[in-house]
Design a protein around this ligand. Sequence first.
Ligand SMILES: Cc1cc2nc3c(=O)[nH]c(=O)nc-3n(C[C@H](O)[C@H](O)[C@H](O)COP(=O)(O)OP(=O)(O)OC[C@H]3O[C@@H](n4cnc5c(N)ncnc54)[C@H](O)[C@@H]3O)c2cc1C
Length: 318
Amino acid sequence: MDDRLKALERALQDRIGAGRVEHDVPLAPFTTFRIGGPADLLVRARTPRELADAVLAARELDVPCFLLGLGANILVGDGGYRGLVVHNEVGGIEHLGDGRVRAGAGVAIFPDLIVNTVEQGLGGLHHFVGIPSTVGGAIWQNLHFLSPAPARERTVFVAEVVESCVLLTQEGEVREVGVEYLRFGYDYSILHERRDLVLSVTFRLSPTPVEELRRVMRENLQWRDEKHPDLWLYPCAGSIFQKLEGIGAGRLIDECGLKGYVHPRGTAEIFHRHANIIVNLGGASARDILDLIELAQRTVRDRLGHELQPEIGMIGEF
Ligand SMILES: Cc1cc2nc3c(=O)[nH]c(=O)nc-3n(C[C@H](O)[C@H](O)[C@H](O)COP(=O)(O)OP(=O)(O)OC[C@H]3O[C@@H](n4cnc5c(N)ncnc54)[C@H](O)[C@@H]3O)c2cc1C
């Protein structure tokens, strides 16, 4: 371990506690792809203070640091991550009145936050039922869902129910910002440009009859069952490529005959029900997933002239 990592380990032990810093931790179990080599150091941050302390210590010592939520939009390289991974386990759900709910950035949107708010007859987050995401991850890429019911067909964004966020800013301050600061777009927030981290979010939800919320959730779950892989059977990271306006990356891959294509090692598949998803069939390496990503990009470029850009984050050594 190099000197900076050793210094960081000592700083983390001082600030967060001896015994709280783990070494050479395989990251595969921390991701929905179930793929990825070890992080040099890993801290599980349970409070906003711990999260901020860990990240600031790494920044001070100039050690690379990555904040990981449920790992549902990430491919970690087989060589692992050189530096510190902070696993966001910051919990807490607080009802502030008038439909306003504050949640820690590590709270799982589903099931925890959705079950909690739906039980109270509060609607807005229920659209995202079945999608693996922490509150912080949802802000990072403006979690969204294309509502399937014909009468309501539209994309619903988490931005619609965000009132404010408490951030650890790039400059190292803890600061509350309004929704306009986040500059939400499709698969986008300002967090893509700045090293700000979300510590908690206040949502503004709408009083709605519980039966109505449950009906929408049933419809959405049914739609997901038909299109999306069951994560227990098919570990994956959701859609691999960015949306191509009016075309659909999945449709292009399908047109090239790649839907259902299995890696020669038998470990990964361009999912047979949804060509914009790649699944781990068991024992896939990050390299196997990259092979399929590159195959789809090459084939779609050569045959149809479109460039597919990955939407998922790739971290670590491949
Ligand atoms: C089966 C499946 C279905 C999916 N369906 C959808 C869907 O319908 N719609 C959709 O939008 N997405 C979907 N996704 C993608 C995924 O659910 C979202 O991208 C989700 O928001 C990722 O959240 P996470 O907590 O897992 O973030 P991670 O994957 O852990 O991290 C993603 C990025 O967010 C950053 N980040 C995480 N927490 C914070 C924080 N507190 N502050 C700042 N940055 C942070 C990370 O550093 C990283 O850069 C799906 C994924 C799967 C596996």
